[in-house]
Write a protein that binds this ligand. Structure first.
Ligand code: HSE
Length: 349
């Protein structure tokens, strides 16, 4: 089965996704009867192209590697394409929205997602802003338009959370969730324990592409707040807003604090948690000293982890990459493949 895919945004995640799609082309066809052609890319900084016949990914990825504009794909220079025009004019089955994250308003990504859904496209995003702020509205809109809206990459990058819950926790009630949801801060805390100063560790996280464009979102806990809001609203069917989450970042923790805690058998971790109490969601993000004997204390570097407390199963913990180019690129692919499997199932009915 062949899909036409268009990308809004072609930064780290978008390029990671295109690289995987290119590398795995034969594997996906052979194992899942899945084929895709990229029919358009629109990036505010790098340029745009609409190519109904499908873009040659080797050629395009070379252009991006050389830091050239996307329009160089064609000999003749195309005019500048705005995202709204792009969404209106590209003929796609699936729109991948991977523009920059705005945790204050969720824009302009939310408007792009709405436009794509209203046009009848399935939408896949790793953008935390729209999902943290407008999940229920977007979900309803997708249902009304009979399309899928998927966002696995918003929490723990490609490590499965939403797809795992959907496929494998059936029959359970989730009582509580608690985990490490920000890769950058976990990386900084780990590196401080290894001897780096806070600023050195943050710089390294930025160089490795883990941190947000403005790393305040990571170190002050806003990124983890967005993720616990997404989890609460999706998994508990909650209606909470980021400002309702108690928040404290890691900027008050020094290298000495980290080393002293270690000597006493603890590790500082930025813990995000949420539970439903009397129908109300209580969520927080704050640093905690965790005994080294507990699993969450041993989640280091860029790795994230989420512990689910379930009524039937008890505690289930999933750990995996929390950020990264390929890792979040994979999240996009996993959502697209799930859409593909759902479409196949519907066709068999
Ligand atoms: N800045 C985020 C993190 C990226 O470090 O976890 C992934 O959401």
């Amino acid at each position: 089965m062949a899909y036409r895919i268009a990308l809004i945004g072609c930064g780290t995640v978008g390029q990671g996704f295109l690289e995987i799609l290119n590398e795995k082309e034969k594997f996906l066809k052979k194992n899942y009867d899945f084929e895709a052609k990229i029919v358009g890319i629109c990036d505010k900084l790098k340029g745009s192209i609409i190519e109904p016949e499908g873009i040659d990914l080797d050629k395009l990825l070379d252009i991006l590697k050389r830091g050239e504009r996307i329009e160089n794909y064609r000999k003749e220079e195309a005019g500048k394409i705005e995202a709204e025009y792009f969404i209106d004019n590209v003929e796609a089955d699936i729109m991948v929205e991977v523009t920059y994250t705005n945790l204050q308003t969720g824009e302009p990504a939310t408007a792009y997602i709405k436009k794509a859904i209203q046009k009848g496209c399935h939408v896949v995003t790793s953008n935390k802003g729209p999902v943290a702020l407008h999940y229920h509205e977007l979900k309803k809109l997708a249902e009304k338009n009979n399309v899928y809206f998927k966002f696995e990459g918003t929490v723990m990058s490609g490590s499965p959370i939403f797809n795992l819950v959907e496929s494998s926790f059936k029959g359970n009630e989730i009582l509580e969730i608690r985990g490490i949801l920000n890769g950058t801060t976990n990386f900084i805390l780990t590196k401080m324990e290894e001897g780096l100063e806070y600023e050195q560790a943050l710089k390294l996280a930025q160089e490795l592409g883990y941190a947000e464009a403005d790393p305040t979102a990571d170190v002050e806990g806003y990124d983890a707040v967005a993720k616990i809001v997404i989890l609460s609203n999706v998994l508990f069917d909650g209606k909470i807003k980021p400002q309702e989450v108690e928040r404290e970042g890691i900027t008050g923790i020094s290298k000495e604090d980290v080393l002293n805690a270690k000597e006493m058998g603890y590790r500082y971790k930025l813990i995000a948690s949420a539970k439903k109490e009397n129908g109300e969601i209580i969520a927080s993000v704050k640093p905690e000293r965790i005994p080294l004997t507990e699993p969450l204390a041993n989640i280091t570097d860029i790795i994230n982890a989420l512990c689910f407390k379930l009524d039937l199963l008890g505690e289930v913990i999933i750990q995996g990459p929390g950020a990264g180019r390929k890792e979040t690129g994979y999240a996009i692919l996993s959502d697209i493949l799930n859409i593909h499997f759902n479409i196949l199932k519907e066709e068999r009915r």
